[in-house]
Design a protein around this ligand. Structure first.
Ligand SMILES: Nc1ncnc2c1ncn2[C@@H]1O[C@H](COP(=O)(O)OP(=O)(O)OP(=O)(O)O)[C@@H](O)[C@H]1O
Ligand SMILES: [Mg+2]
Length: 270
């Protein structure tokens, strides 16, 4: 089954015209003899919405995110992100696509010995020319990095080495770094899997707030159902590479999401 999303905004809000990201009949496999890891996925992402991606380990969540940045081998179907037709991009265009895609990971991926501020500034290198690659950051970039640290609530840590921060604080730095790219979309692959429940909530609230305020889509993969129900506008459930549940979060319950988690098979195993 493949289900295309519908805009998450309510009637009082401005109607959204077109999806920013549009995936159709996407099939991905990593080798010709392998089974399809994504098998006919349709998904739209709209401005301002946070979409939670659920699925058991191996269901294809990370692969779907990789398909949006040209890192997954697309066998057939289409992936459109903004103006980019991802399956057809040459190297230079792929670089541009990636520079416009903010990514947040489970392990934060910061450089621990560098300051928080420098870590955020590296987000500006994506779109930078040669001078920035030499290690000097423009003062305008420094100002913006500090503003973003303020926005995520840790400006007071700007000069500390990143490794001295708590996990939740490091994830905020990673989000500020992603924002430094002026992203058109944010992909967050299990961003709270290493955080305690309280930190998880604050990080997910921050991502949802960014989606709304900056009017960009945020796609966030999660393993914890209650977190998805509390911190997303829509939920998409993957199972064995197919979307088995999709809907507005307000319309879904934990029971309705059960098919995502192979519950029948687990019960058979017991
Ligand atoms: N580079 C790769 N080469 C070959 N197979 C891969 C590769 N990456 C992923 N796979 C396979 O694709 C399937 C989906 O993997 P994927 O990482 O997308 O799942 P996931 O839903 O993100 O899982 P998890 O919750 O464990 O992160 C798995 O069977 C995995 O073994
Ligand atoms: Mg994964």
């Amino acid at each position: 089954m493949s289900i295309v999303g519908t805009p998450a905004l309510s009637a009082q809000q401005k109607p959204v015209a077109e999806p920013l990201v549009s995936i159709r009949e996407l099939r991905v496999r990593y080798a010709p003899q392998d089974p399809f890891v994504l098998d006919g996925v349709d998904l739209d992402l709209f401005r301002g919405e946070t979409v939670a991606l659920l699925g058991s380990s191996g269901s294809g969540k990370s692969t779907l995110m990789k398909a949006l940045t040209g890192f997954a081998p697309i066998h057939s179907g289409s992936v459109r992100a903004g103006d980019f037709d991802v399956a057809k991009l040459q190297r230079g265009q792929l670089r541009r696509l990636r520079s416009q895609t903010g990514q947040v990971f489970q392990q934060f991926n910061l450089v621990g010995r560098l300051s928080v501020l420098t870590n955020v500034l590296t987000g500006s290198l994506y779109g930078a020319g040669a001078p920035n690659m030499l290690g000097t950051f423009r003062s305008a970039d420094r100002k913006r990095a500090l503003e973003l640290l303020d926005r995520v609530g840790i400006a007071h840590k700007a000069n500390e080495p990143a490794r001295s921060l708590s996990g939740g604080q490091q994830q905020r730095v990673a989000i500020a770094r992603a924002l430094m790219q002026n992203p058109r979309v944010i992909l967050a692959d299990e961003p709270v899997a290493s955080l305690d429940p309280k930190m998880s909530r604050t990080v997910l609230e921050l991502l949802q707030q960014i989606a709304r305020e900056d009017q960009i889509p945020v796609l966030v993969s999660l393993h914890v159902l209650p977190l998805a129900l509390a911190h997303s506008d829509r939920i998409v459930g993957l199972r064995h590479g197919e979307i088995v549940v999709s809907g507005h979060t307000a319309d879904l319950t934990a029971e309705m999401l059960a098919p995502v988690y192979d519950i029948d098979e687990e019960e058979e195993d017991e």
